[in-house]
Design a protein. Structure first.
Length: 438
């Protein structure tokens, strides 16, 4: 058993006491961020303490004294939760006992609930569990230093290469079990589509393009109605409604024919040359071992530009059909050169930026799709470094592209992701790291 709290713990938030809501109302934005994070850190530490209690009860078997069958039944009864919640918390406790580095980071408040959930998902896979102790330090570093979307991509990439056979089986299973279900609920209709991630990427690209067209229609309608005041009025439809209407538009376009299409979808797969060559050899029956992961946090990957993991067999098929191009990246993964491919179109610089990240880089935003703006990291008009090159570009939604200039924010990028700074130099929502962290 791993004892997480074997010494007295200072429960004061931020070392200075909990900020009450009345005091919170008078804080500056950067101080509000700190106050909220102080509370979050204590929640994380209490969660780690709860996991230590579960481990102690499991080790001592004290749940038997009151007739409970297992530690899960005991936990479920004590806090009155669902069986699924109890099973998950027991799994987290077991993971902490198995991976002391993860437990320490949780005790220090460096891992939030969603980060722990992703790591617990790795622990739940028996095919990779034995590899986790050797990787625990780096995985904790990923969880601590990257935002949630970046961590999810890294976890998926690590899992796919730690268990390639399992990843391939999961891919084949998702393809074999592809289905569309339709059901009528009252006066409504529910349409659900399930399938493999690669095909899903194709569908999402088509859907995003149509949803963006619906968005432009809404913007035009607002401008026609409100003129210069259009930006101060809400659009007539929500994003969810526009997405639904985009699906309807796609179906209407297809209504005139029942023939399958011969159009080739455009999906970019990003992969290292070494991994590409290994995938080809393996596809044709080669028995060589896969290249080992290096020190780069990008590790080995085979994915689309949105981070969707692609089965190496699909990669090989794309290579054999000639749908490949060369993309050169620097140490942090930023595209520095976009090579030629068979099908060319204008806007290669924009495309090179979106190859690196096609989601608005403002923390907490997450808007993605064809409507993103490509902004200069170093202002074009104010800096001699403000060149219109891929390594000076960043993706931002319309709102955050405008607010960056209006609020005079600066943006930088390193191996851990994007960082946004206020004019006074303070960072907006920085990743938390306990000053006492080893």
């Amino acid at each position: 058993m791993t004892v997480l709290f074997d010494d007295p713990v200072d429960m004061r938030v931020g070392g200075g006491g909990v900020v009450d809501i009345e005091s919170f109302r008078w804080l500056r934005p950067q101080d509000r961020d700190t106050a909220l994070m102080d509370v979050e850190v204590e929640i994380r530490r209490l969660h780690a303490l709860q996991a230590a209690m579960i481990s102690e009860v499991d080790t001592s078997q004290s749940f038997l004294a009151d007739g409970h069958r297992s530690v899960r039944n005991w936990f479920q009864a004590v806090i009155n939760c669902s069986p699924a919640t109890a099973a998950y918390e027991v799994r987290v406790a077991a993971m902490f006992a198995f991976l002391p580095e993860v437990a320490t980071a949780a005790r220090l408040g460096e891992l939030g609930a969603d980060q722990i959930r992703l790591l617990a998902g790795l622990y739940a896979n028996p095919r990779v569990r034995g590899m986790l102790p050797d990787w625990a330090g780096r995985l904790v570093g990923f969880a601590r230093d990257h935002d949630q979307a970046g961590l999810r991509t890294l976890i998926g990439r690590w899992s796919a290469h730690a268990d390639p056979d399992g990843a391939h089986r999961d891919h084949e299973l998702s393809r074999d079990n592809r289905r569309v279900t339709r059901s009528r609920v009252g006066v409504g209709q529910v349409l659900s589509i399930e399938g493999d991630a690669y095909t899903g990427e194709i569908l999402n690209n088509i859907l995003d393009a149509h949803a963006h067209a619906e968005f432009l229609d809404d913007v035009a309608a607002n401008q026609a109605r409100y003129g210069d005041q259009a930006n101060s009025h809400a659009l007539p439809r929500t994003a969810a409604q526009r997405l639904y209407d985009a699906v309807v538009a796609i179906f209407h376009k297809a209504a005139g024919t029942d023939q399958t299409t011969d159009r080739e979808p455009l999906v970019t797969i990003v992969v290292s040359q070494a991994d590409c060559e290994h995938a080809i050899r393996h596809f044709f029956g080669g028995t060589d071992t896969a290249p080992a992961g290096g020190v780069s946090e990008r590790m080995r990957y085979c994915q689309t530009t949105t981070g969707t993991q692609v089965d190496p067999h699909d990669l090989v098929i794309a290579v054999l059909l000639g749908r490949v191009r060369r993309v050169v990246v620097d140490d942090t993964g930023r595209v520095t050169h976009l090579g030629r491919r068979r099908r060319l179109f204008t806007g290669a610089v924009r495309e090179a930026v979106l190859l690196f990240d096609n989601t608005c880089d403002m923390p907490g935003c997450g808007i993605h799709g064809p409507g993103l703006h490509i902004d200069h990291i170093h202002e074009w008009a104010r800096s001699r470094d403000g060149t219109t090159d891929p390594d000076n570009g960043r993706a931002a939604c319309n709102h955050h592209n405008q607010t960056k200039t209006r609020l005079k924010h600066t943006v930088t990028h390193d191996q851990h992701g994007w960082h946004h700074y206020r004019p006074d130099g303070t960072e907006i929502t920085p990743r938390y790291r306990n000053p006492n962290s080893p």
